[in-house]
Design a protein around this ligand. Structure first.
Ligand code: GAL
Length: 754
């Protein structure tokens, strides 16, 4: 039988290339996911992470091998990984975004000590995608995804691919493709079991005899198996509002000396859903859905790409629930399995693509890229959330030979999903199923090809910081609303995915010179700018009521002063606006400017009549109503005095696994809780840790036993808001973090490590 052991623990790390005989004392203990360098959130030199590092892990087999094969599975390491076990090289992988595995059976000591050594080259090697040319994002180094030790019988299930039926009918047939690793002679039996995610009893769905194979199978042969499985079993379709998931387990039996022996079991999770791109848009389960989304880079402040599962999942939640999007593009590479799993669970559609940025290399480079197509699809094709494969290098010129190959490979590996690819010019060869286009016209160009999807807009056209002036931030939000409105209004446009969700670290060739592209609708800490509310307010108010006025509410922040007009991003039906105690008026959504948006913003005018330069200036109050009932209110103080320091830990409890993390945000606000964008205060953090078992904690090796605060300290808040992260150590206990800033009441959060 198979066993899989999490191998994230107990690594040693050195930021240089060390020989095998270097003493352990030359390294620091680390836990995966790991970044080869912790950075300030901006203003650094990105050469600091471009080096070769050495990882080492000593291990014994977690249980007797009993004739099984032993593999080391790497989820992802940046960029070229050479792995040695007991001093012998077991493999090299080029590419930072897809998984790789090495069979180490023949080099391990079964009953004794082993050592795995990794030399990881995190420099931007031009021979490996996405490099060869400048790229507009940083590719932080490190073994930044999970490592697993896997033991399997000589014959094992390599992969399962469930081809989703188009609909669930009482007699629908589900085809399940099973891939074994090698030739098998003699009998083979496969049983398939289904369990619904939430508590339904396990149910064997295969008829034993129908899945009995007695013949010889060649390596990697696909064993298609069919099962009648449908409405009679109470199956439900997966959708964005009701993301129903199922687990499927396949068990493999072999006849050894006449006896039936169970040799492997593998479970995959999937959902049933029907996707189709037509000339007039995208259909999910037969219903047209306008795709409204944002691009996501996988990087975070301080920790680069080394975010644990909890933070990966949180990004999906932010994009779906805080930003109200129904789709995310994983620009420009396959992203964390933990992120994708969460997209499945919450019903967030995904457009996933291969690594690359504008540049196509030589034949060897293209060979790596084709492998990326294969690894991405093999890793991810059971995710119901993924609706397309991007098989072009983002914004490259045409290269029909190469892209015919990437397309053919994608279709062969997954005939159930359309391909696409992202371009910056419309008269490019259209080889895929969906035409992906970055529309930087500040409007919506008339499509030349359908199905047509806008894969980027805005971004570098209007970089905007949380600490920019009011007019720029208003205009930033307005541009996002404008493009979405036009996309909704053109039936040939399946949807629009804006650039981008979060500000991100970049090279000096891009961004604002401080290593940040301020292109996000949220900042690098995932805290909102006003443009975030353009998206958030398109949600059904049944999901969440949103009301945000895009104003600093000052008399003199705009050129020539004043406040007229104010845009309010909201999904309510009407708003009442008050100036001090005076009722300025009642406003309806601005359907004239934004006729196509589900929830047009409000344009509040007439303020200049009441607020003359030099006159008394009162608070702003906006009351949002649905069916005549008040459902939302925002008040903004007129005095601009910082009243509160607000601190929040996103998660009150973390796993004491040395890797788990929570974000801790701090904001300086007015009396009503509105962030004050020019409050560039410094915040000092103090951490106290009380282990639940002091003796056990003292016995753990330093320094991984204790939690760690990751981030700048003091942190000077850019735009009145910012954050740090708490990483759990291995010792359980209670962490208290206190934030202090000037005259504010110190704030405290408590996090339990279990
Ligand atoms: C696009 C590119 C993105 C990002 C964006 C900025 O051309 O695909 O990666 O650089 O511009 O707006």
């Amino acid at each position: 039988m198979r066993t899989e052991t999490n191998f994230n623990d107990g690594w040693l790390f050195a930021p240089e290339r060390l020989p095998f005989d270097a003493p352990d004392s030359a390294f620091d203990p680390v836990t995966l996911p790991h970044t080869n360098k912790i950075f300030p959130h901006h203003n650094f030199d990105n050469m600091e992470y471009q080096f070769i590092s050495t990882y080492r892990k000593r291990f014994t087999l977690p249980e007797p091998r009993n004739g099984r094969r032993v593999f080391l599975d790497f989820g992802g390491a940046m960029l070229v990984t050479t792995v040695y076990v007991n001093g012998k090289q077991v493999g090299v992988n080029a590419g930072g975004y897809t998984p790789f595995s090495f069979d180490v059976t023949d080099v391990i000591v079964e009953n004794g000590d082993n050592v795995v050594t990794v030399h990881l080259d995190s420099t931007e090697r031009p021979d490996v995608p996405p490099f060869g040319y400048v790229v507009d994002y940083l590719t932080f180094g490190g073994i930044y995804r999970d490592v697993t030790l896997r033991m399997v019988e000589p014959v094992y299930i390599k992969d399962i691919f469930i081809r989703n039926p188009q609909t669930i009918t009482s007699s629908s047939e589900v085809r399940i493709d099973l891939f074994l690793n090698k030739e098998i002679t003699g009998g083979l039996e496969i049983h398939i079991w289904e369990t619904q995610q939430h508590g339904r009893p396990t149910n064997r769905i295969s008829d034993e005899n129908s899945l009995h194979y007695a013949s010889t199978h060649s390596p990697n042969e696909n064993l298609p198996t069919y099962t009648e499985w449908g409405a009679k079993d109470g199956l439900q379709m997966w959708s964005t509002v009701n993301p129903v998931l199922y687990n499927l387990t396949a068990r493999l039996y072999q006849f050894r000396n006449g006896e039936r022996v169970e040799i492997d079991e593998l479970t995959v999770r999937f959902g049933f859903r029907h996707i189709e791109f037509k000339d007039d848009g995208f259909y999910l389960n037969g219903e047209r859905i306008q795709l409204r989304g944002l691009n996501r880079h996988q990087t975070y402040p301080y920790i680069g790409a080394a975010a644990p599962p909890r933070l990966q999942a949180q990004d999906a939640d932010i994009i779906k629930y805080e930003l109200g999007c129904n789709i995310v593009r994983t620009s420009h590479y396959p992203q964390s399995p933990h992120f994708l799993r969460r997209c499945d669970e919450i019903g967030l559609l995904v457009f996933e693509e291969i690594p690359g940025w504008q540049h196509i290399g030589d034949e060897d480079w293209q060979a790596i890229s084709l492998r990326d197509v294969q690894s991405m699809i093999e890793r991810d094709r059971n995710h119901p959330s993924i609706i397309m494969w991007g098989v072009r290098i983002n914004e490259s010129w045409d290269n029909d030979d190469f892209y015919r190959k990437t397309n053919a490979l994608a279709h062969e590996l997954d005939p159930t999903r359309p391909t696409t690819g992202v371009r910056f010019f419309q008269d490019s060869s259209f080889l895929e199923d969906v035409f992906g286009f970055n529309d930087f016209s500040n409007g919506v160009e008339e499509p030349l090809h359908t199905p047509h999807l806008i894969t980027e807009y805005n971004g570098h056209m209007f970089p905007t910081k949380t600490f920019d002036g009011e007019e720029r931030k208003m205009e930033h939000a307005r541009r996002h609303a404008h493009v979405q409105n036009l996309a909704y209004g053109n039936p040939k446009v399946s949807g629009a995915i804006g650039w981008c969700a979060f500000d991100y670290n970049t090279h000096k060739e891009f961004g604002s010179g401080d290593r940040i592209c301020y292109h996000g609708v949220m900042d690098i800490f995932r805290l909102p700018k006003w443009a975030a509310y353009v998206y958030a307010s398109q949600q059904d108010p049944g999901q969440r009521v949103v009301l945000q006025a895009a104003t600093h509410w000052t008399m003199g922040d705009r050129a020539e002063g004043g406040n007229d007009p104010i845009h309010v991003y909201s999904n309510v039906e009407e708003i009442d606006v008050y100036f001090g105690d005076e009722h300025l008026g009642r406003f309806l959504p601005d359907k004239e400017t934004y006729p196509h948006l589900p929830h047009p913003p409000f344009t509040v005018t007439g303020l200049q009549m009441m607020m003359m330069w030099g006159q008394a200036f009162g608070a702003l109050r906006i009351v949002g109503k649905i069916n005549g009932e008040q459902v939302a209110e925002q008040q903004i103080s007129s005095d601009g005095v910082p009243e509160q320091l607000i601190m929040k830990a996103d998660f009150p409890e973390l796993k004491a696994d040395g890797a788990d993390m929570t974000r801790i945000t701090v904001r300086i606000t007015d009396e009503f809780g509105n962030t004050l964008p020019y409050a560039q205060n410094a915040v000092m953090f103090e951490m106290k840790f009380e282990p639940s078992d002091a003796g056990a904690r003292d016995a753990m090796p330093l320094p991984l036993r204790d939690p760690q605060l990751i981030g700048e300290n003091p942190l000077v808040l850019p735009g009145g808001q910012g954050g740090v992260y708490l990483r759990a150590g291995h010792a359980p206990g209670t962490v208290t973090i206190t934030a202090k800033s000037g005259r504010f009441e110190p704030q405290t959060v408590t996090i339990t490590l279990v």
